[in-house]
Design a protein around this ligand. Structure first.
Ligand code: SF4
Length: 71
């Protein structure tokens, strides 16, 4: 996944929107997850997204997948 670094304003707005809209973005809510293995059915490397505790990594990048589709 290509790293994206948000600005402070973007970060604040995203946090507010996540709370307001209960945003889902992780593999466990995606139709492409393979439940028996936890791997991506489209074969994308998804370890970081699977283990993310937040939408933002400790490095300050967003962790998203542009192929996410809500279950
Ligand atoms: S398409 Fe993206 S969000 Fe969906 S399971 Fe694969 S890596 Fe995860």
């Amino acid at each position: 996944m290509k790293p994206v670094y948000p600005t402070g304003q973007e970060r604040d707005r995203f946090k507010d929107d996540c709370l307001a809209f209960k945003l889902a973005w992780k593999c466990d809510r995606c139709v492409h997850i393979v439940p028996t293995t936890g791997r991506c059915g489209l074969e994308y490397p998804n370890t970081e997204l699977q283990q993310a505790e937040s939408f933002e990594t400790p490095r300050g990048t967003y962790v998203f997948c542009k192929h996410f589709e809500l279950e």
